[in-house]
Design a protein around this ligand. Structure first.
Ligand code: PLP
Length: 379
């Protein structure tokens, strides 16, 4: 968290009053929420009424996907096939697991959208899937703005144009993109978008669903006090205030910081490339997030590399999911066409505000030794 945000968060925790209460303390808390909502809307080129605060992007994504499907089922009445959703295979688990559940219980059918070897969605395949939407309507398309594992930016504009020509709504998981590249909700004609506070230096447990005022209806998932149209529950004043301050700071620094991070990422790439260790760089090399570098290392288990780097104080991620205690290769890499053994050598580096040149040089310096150790452990 930004130090300034940490301070504001702690100070705001002292706020007395539930923002839904009528007394003056409650109304003062409500004013903080209203102000934060207006500021976030302004940062996103959206309207205040389009912002729903949630417990994070997982909730925001689930709210849109399930809310859309439930609303569609309600509108269609009993009988008939369940509504269709079009989802790339390389989505974050917040989307993947939500739609797989909808499919498994028969509430929706998922049409899996193919991605290419960079994890970019195949627009021709999308056009095919949309082609018969007049006879078999699609409740929605949802996709990442930028793949969170391999960093590739998606052609959101093209997806939107195709979907709009079939009158199909689009939701974007903008968690990785928000705060790293200029991204305005209002300017894009999106129906919905999800973001998370902890990716912009805010607290964990806060996020938002941005839903266009002209959006098709949703069924809310969490019923209770009707504090927000699609999401009941007492609002987290300190979390919301800290989230929006973090978003403001991140966006204020975006231009300079994205250039700095892209330079560091390129330094890391060049450093690793020079080592000649059988490293392959994954994802689109040009149209990608500035702070992400993804590699696979031949003959190594990514998990072993992760532990060896961790022992040296370097935190990375593999993207593999643990199923029943066994590490499964990343679904993103498999969707990109990698074999299981190639995908097992995956590592993702995510750079942040505090990453320095010295940090990058240290990773490059320790890499030959850890690759050697990981290869010996794998043999
Ligand atoms: N989508 C993406 C791309 C993410 O990276 C994350 C979290 O890392 C999420 C969704 C889920 O966000 P949250 O942790 O706020 O629920």
């Amino acid at each position: 968290m930004w130090p300034e945000v940490r301070e504001l968060y702690a100070d705001t925790l002292a706020t007395i009053g539930n923002p839904s209460s009528i007394h003056r303390d409650g109304q003062a808390a409500r004013a903080l929420i209203d102000e934060a909502r207006g500021e976030l809307a302004e940062l996103l080129g959206a309207d205040s009424m389009e912002v729903t605060f949630t417990s994070g992007a997982t909730e925001a994504i689930n709210t849109w996907l399930k809310g859309r499907v439930f609303a569609e089922r309600k509108a269609r009445g009993p009988g008939g096939p369940p509504p269709r959703l079009i989802i790339p295979r390389s989505e974050h688990h917040a989307t993947l697991d939500a739609v797989s559940w909808l499919d498994s219980v028969g509430f929706a059918r998922v049409d899996w959208l193919q991605v290419d070897s960079q994890a970019r969605v195949e627009l021709d395949h999308l056009a095919d899937l949309l082609a018969h939407s007049a006879d078999d309507p699609v409740a929605g398309v949802s996709l990442l703005a930028a793949n969170n594992e391999v960093g590739t930016l998606q052609p959101v504009g093209e997806v939107l144009a195709l979907a709009q020509s079939h009158n199909v709504p689009v939701h974007v998981d903008a968690v990785g993109m928000f705060g790293h590249l200029p991204w305005l909700f209002g300017a894009r004609g999106l129906e919905a978008m999800s973001i998370s506070a902890h990716k912009v230096g805010g607290p964990v447990g806060v996020g938002a669903l941005i839903l266009s005022r002209t959006a098709r209806p949703l069924e809310g998932l969490i019923h209770g006090g009707s504090q927000q149209t699609y999401r009941s529950g007492t609002l987290d004043v300190a979390g919301v205030v800290a989230f929006v301050r973090a978003a403001r700071l991140t966006i204020d620094h975006l231009d300079k910081e994205s250039v700095r991070l892209a330079r560091l990422r390129d330094r890391l790439r060049e450093g690793l490339e020079t080592l000649g260790l059988g490293i392959t760089f994954r994802g689109d090399s040009a149209r990608r997030l500035p702070h992400n570098l993804h590699i696979t290392v031949s003959g190594c288990e990514g998990d072993v590399l992760l532990y060896l780097l961790d022992e040296r104080g370097i935190s990375v991620s593999t993207g593999s999911a643990c199923q029943a205690g066994v590490a499964e290769p990343s679904h993103v890499l498999l969707a990109m066409g990698l074999s299981e053994s190639e995908a097992r050598g995956a590592l993702r580096f995510t750079l942040g505000r505090e990453t320095s040149d010295a940090d990058i040089d240290r990773v490059v310096a320790v890499f030959p030794e850890i690759v050697d150790m990981a290869r010996r452990a794998t043999r």
